[in-house]
Design a protein. Sequence first.
Length: 132
Amino acid sequence: MTKIGAQDRCPCLSGEQYASCCGRFHSGGAEAATAEQLMRSRYTAFVLLDRDYLLRTWHPDTAPLDLQLDPEMQWRRLDIAATGGGGPFDTAGTVEFKAHYRHTGERGVLHETSRFVRSGGRWLYVDGDIRD
């Protein structure tokens, strides 16, 4: 797993330090209050190759049986384009994002609208639609 210091800026680009942003979710010290917070923390988990967190925050009906992360994938920037629902009092929400990456020298952008549900008081990633 890739490491980041508690005082380093969070890879989700919130402007906060990792420990007070996504780090508290990764450690289990807190749960994401919104679908966007969960989206940001999952992006950061991809950056850090935190397979366990990704599987823990994936809805059991849609989670893969196994998840292999590519250490050659370098996630560079996360842009949130839009959100729908997903607030502290909602039970479902969507987050449209663009995740910029570099892989084996090639640059690209993953543009997705992700679906989230709140189950048992926790936000979970359900699935997403890749956009052009």
